[in-house]
Design a protein around this ligand. Structure first.
Ligand code: BTN
Length: 318
């Protein structure tokens, strides 16, 4: 597939690109064949005999070539595999964990028959509606800590949603990405021979696509924006952001994730209740760090540190 041509069309923002500007190849016949191939894949294009070709919309299905095009990542997404139906993308990523040469493999699927959520729950989404992605990693210590990797996934998703779509996505500790009080995405880290970072992002689900029990507590990019999004482009952004955060942490240590985590936290600066094995603490969350845990300003003026292993739940109270 000629993805360079696809990008030239996308960049024209819906305007016609003249035939002779559509490729380095001067042969209009071969350009027309490339346009045919894009249309056959499912991209919506409009052709005009004199004006050229205009981009009208993404393919309904994920396009591996588009996801990989000029991806430029160092680790995450070094290999990309797109499947139509799998049990769980996590299963396929784990199957590749016998060789560390597969580090960075990103498995995406249109549909999962046995998608997994956190705490033993299932994760389901209608075929073709979501970004269902698992990335195989072999993280050096201390980046292998599941809590750190969960934060990595959540920070990357929230960053893409904010950066690409201007939506104020926030991280509800430990693994939810929410907009307001509705869940938009979840992160699941599973450890075996390698570590698999799984992300489920509700992209193009309509409100009615959610099971009734989730309709008031879940949302999608489509519901928030009022239009469907280009899932391949969103997956590409997500791989890039995951890679940038991961590579930075390898170079400068796990604390590099603290600033973007604080920036996108749903709890920081709010009055919260923190459930711990010793009881519930109420106060203002004045700081959080992946190594140091939480810092609460208690009502009496005292400041209290709570280490992550002590934190069972955080609930905003304001
Ligand atoms: C959560 O419960 O919030 C975590 C959901 C994680 C879902 C993703 S979808 C891609 C990957 N494959 C799975 O089976 N689960 C994760």
């Amino acid at each position: 597939m000629n993805v360079a041509l696809l990008h030239r069309l996308r960049e024209a923002g819906g305007g016609f690109v003249p035939w002779d500007a559509l490729g380095p190849d001067p042969s209009p016949a071969s350009t027309a064949l490339d346009v045919d191939a894009l249309e056959a894949f499912g991209f919506a294009l409009e052709r005009h005999p004199y004006l050229g070709v205009a981009y009208r919309g993404p393919a309904a299905r994920l396009c591996p070539d588009q996801i990989e095009w000029e991806l430029g990542t160092r680790v995450v997404g070094r290999r990309v595999a797109v499947w139509s139906r799998v049990t769980s993308t996590g299963d396929l990523a784990a199957r590749a964990s016998g060789s560390s040469a597969n580090e960075g493999l990103a498995v995406l699927a249109e549909e999962q028959s046995a998608g997994r959520g956190s705490r033993g729950r299932s994760w389901s989404a209608p075929a073709g509606s979501s970004i269902l992605m698992s990335v195989l990693l072999f993280p050096p210590d201390p980046l292998g800590d599941p809590a750190w990797l969960t934060a990595l996934g959540a920070v990357a998703v929230a960053g893409v949603v904010a950066g690409e779509f201007g939506i104020d996505a926030r991280i509800k500790w430990p693994n939810d990405v929410r907009v307001g009080d509705r869940k938009l995405a979840g992160v699941l880290v599973e450890r075996g021979k390698g570590t698999v970072l799984g992300i489920g992002l509700n992209a193009n689900l309509a409100r009615d696509d959610f099971p009734e029990g989730l309709r008031n507590s879940a949302t999608s990019l489509r519901a928030l924006l009022g239009r469907p999004v280009d899932r391949s482009e969103t997956a590409r952004s997500l791989l890039r952001r995951l890679d940038a955060l991961y590579v930075e942490a390898i170079a400068s240590g796990p604390d590099s994730l603290n600033a973007p985590l604080r920036d996108r936290s749903e709890h920081l600066g709010h009055d919260v209740e923190v459930a711990t094995p010793a009881g519930t603490l109420a106060g203002r969350l004045v700081d959080l760090g992946l190594r140091d845990g939480l810092t609460l300003a208690l009502p009496g003026g005292e400041t209290r540190r709570v280490a992550w292993p002590e934190v069972k739940a955080i609930v905003n109270r304001d």
